[in-house]
Ligand binder design. Sequence first.
Ligand SMILES: O=P(O)(O)O[C@H]1O[C@H](CO)[C@@H](O)[C@H]1O
Ligand SMILES: O=c1cc[nH]c(=O)[nH]1
Length: 235
Amino acid sequence: MSTHIGAEPGEIAERVLMPGDPLRAKWIAETYLEDARCYTTVRGMLGFTGRWKGVEVSVQGSGMGMPSASIYAHELINEYGVKTLIRVGSCGALREDLQLRDVIAAIGSSTDSNMNRMRFDGLIDYAPVADFGLLRTSVEVAERAGITMHVGPILAADAFYTDRPDLYDTLADYGVLAVEMESAALYTIAARFKARALTILTVSDHIKTGEKTTAAEREQTFSQMVEVALDTVIA
Ligand SMILES: O=P(O)(O)O[C@H]1O[C@H](CO)[C@@H](O)[C@H]1O
Ligand SMILES: O=c1cc[nH]c(=O)[nH]1
């Protein structure tokens, strides 16, 4: 039984969707999974296992930010044998050509976090990337479903409220689509422990226009992203 999840062995599927918001995890389980059962309420970070199209899938909240998400990714992989993790998150769009509610698959994740600088002694700027097979499958799934999905690099930031919006403009100039707060840690930990990971996001905020969705919409309405993630995780 792990410290922060505390599920019994066998209660978590090998395929996991990971939203930051535990109530998004509950909504996904209740809306999409057959026979969903809750396996953890530790710290209110809810986790559920059920079946999607006959295949066992779990949905585990990860909390906000890389320290929190790292704990859940580490325990899922190392203590419960999880092999495939797809983060389903919200994000802020950095580029004018993106709209509120657009879906993004993150090919790679730049970060201002210090976690990988410590990991590599400050000698290497490690490039956290998605699993190529999962990314390719997600693109095929989205195309089949008629869902437009933007594929590109994102930023995983430590701070939601930044003092340096100018850096967001510079990153946009370098092709970075959006900002969120967990993907670099997820990609790094998955690589380290031989699991597969992908991040799929919905634009909940537009950094350039100031448009934003409500908390309830972030919790319960990002269905295109979830449907792409579910069909990808079972493929
Ligand atoms: O909607 P989630 O998955 O939590 O993701 C985004 O939302 C949170 C900030 O509001 C951060 O966790 C960020 O990564
Ligand atoms: O990290 C995040 C997530 C959603 N919206 C943002 O602006 N940033």
